[in-house]
Design a protein around this ligand. Structure first.
Ligand code: ACO
Length: 328
């Protein structure tokens, strides 16, 4: 059976680091509150002239190199983002030009907020399984610092900027021991949109862009409860679909929203904390970029080894949520 396997990973973080201590000096918050409630100590912030496609390009180049390929080998690009450079062309189309990839291959952006990378991975895998692509570049890239209300302590302390990428390559593999994506599980529910949104988009026109309507709003406490419950059910669904038991997964690579949500999912999986890849302390929540950033970190520092079983999962605005079980 043809399916996608992760051939290479890459990531990029802007140079500027914003610490909790700096936020303490700007708004009514404290390092201890942020650390205890979220696990976040710092986040990276894009420079004024750095955009989503800049971050994505660095991550993409690193992933292509790690896969031992050239940019011209890529035959599909999907960029998961909620913070694209411009309305159109898409960030993915801009990357074609920047990476020097000849025209003709499919390239598009995908928006599923913090679940965007898992959605993009699923989509690329479907292209590969049906013969529509053989070497897909799947990227999560965000500049959330541009859509934050820096006076809202309930949201601005949580997010950061960054990008992560994987090259998903077609491979012939069978069953759960073979390399590649074993299963993906995507869901969405629009009924609780007011709990987490950016209540403005270009379709509303620029006269509607007032009172910080272009910024993230979140009822964090309510989102937290839904996220923990939903991710617990998602773990059950993913394990059951693959005939696995608690403890069978080698690594949890979760969306990095909050260390308490991540730890709850690890407990549900029966995994010790050291088997959960956590970058939330250094990166904060980088939305669609957080999973590929964490994955690349653990691959490059040698924790994640070929043949190991990874569970990637995310929950975000929409609500959207999803998982991917991957034999690395
Ligand atoms: N510093 C100090 N105090 C704060 C801060 C802050 N930065 N932010 C809020 N507070 C205060 C609140 O005002 C409140 O004060 P009050 O009791 O006087 O009213 C108190 O702290 C408790 O606030 P809660 O919201 O109940 O705090 P909670 O423990 O829930 O933590 C948090 C808030 C960190 C946002 C948490 O709820 C969370 O992580 N939620 C989930 C986020 C998430 O997963 N989002 C989905 C992905 S994001 C995406 O898709 C774009």
């Amino acid at each position: 059976m043809t399916r996608g396997r992760i051939a290479g990973t890459g990531s990029y973080l802007p140079a500027r680091v914003l610490t909790n201590a700096e936020l303490e000096a700007r708004i009514d918050t404290s390092d201890i509150w942020i650390r205890e409630r979220t696990g976040i100590a710092q986040r990276h912030i894009a420079a004024a002239d750095e955009t989503c496609s800049d971050l994505a390009e660095h991550a993409a180049r690193a992933a292509i190199e790690a896969a031992g390929l050239n940019a011209s080998d890529i035959d599909l690009i999907i960029v998961a983002t909620s913070t694209p450079d411009q309305v159109f062309p898409s960030t993915a189309c801009r990357l074609l030009e920047r990476l020097g990839i000849p025209g003709g291959i499919p390239a598009f952006d995908l928006a599923a907020a913090c679940s965007g990378f898992v959605y993009a991975l699923d989509t690329a895998n479907r292209f590969i399984r049906t013969g529509g692509a053989s070497r897909a570049l799947v990227i999560g890239a965000e500049v959330f610092s541009r859509i934050l209300d820096w006076d809202d302590r309930g949201t601005c302390v949580l997010f950061g900027d960054g990008a992560g990428a994987v090259v998903l390559e077609a491979t012939e593999a069978e069953g759960p021991s073979g390399a590649g994506i074993l299963s993906t599980h995507l869901h969405a529910d629009g009924r609780q949109e007011p709990l987490l949104n950016v209540p403005w988009g270009v379709g509303q026109g620029y006269e509607a862009l007032a009172d910080r309507r272009g910024c993230v709003t979140m009822r964090g406490n309510e989102v937290f409860r839904v996220a923990v419950r939903t991710l617990g059910n998602l773990v059950d669904e993913t394990l059951a679909a693959n005939g696995l038991e608690r403890g069978d997964v080698d690594w949890l690579v979760p969306h990095q929203a909050n260390i308490r949500i991540m730890a709850a999912t690890a407990r549900k999986l029966g995994l010790p904390m050291e088997r959960m890849v956590s970058t939330v302390a250094e990166h904060g929540n980088t939305s669609a970029a957080s999973i590929p950033l964490a994955l690349d970190r653990a691959v490059r520092d040698g924790r994640i080894q070929r043949g190991e079983l990874l569970l990637l999962e995310a929950f975000g605005a929409g609500f959207t949520w999803g998982s991917a079980l991957v034999r690395y």
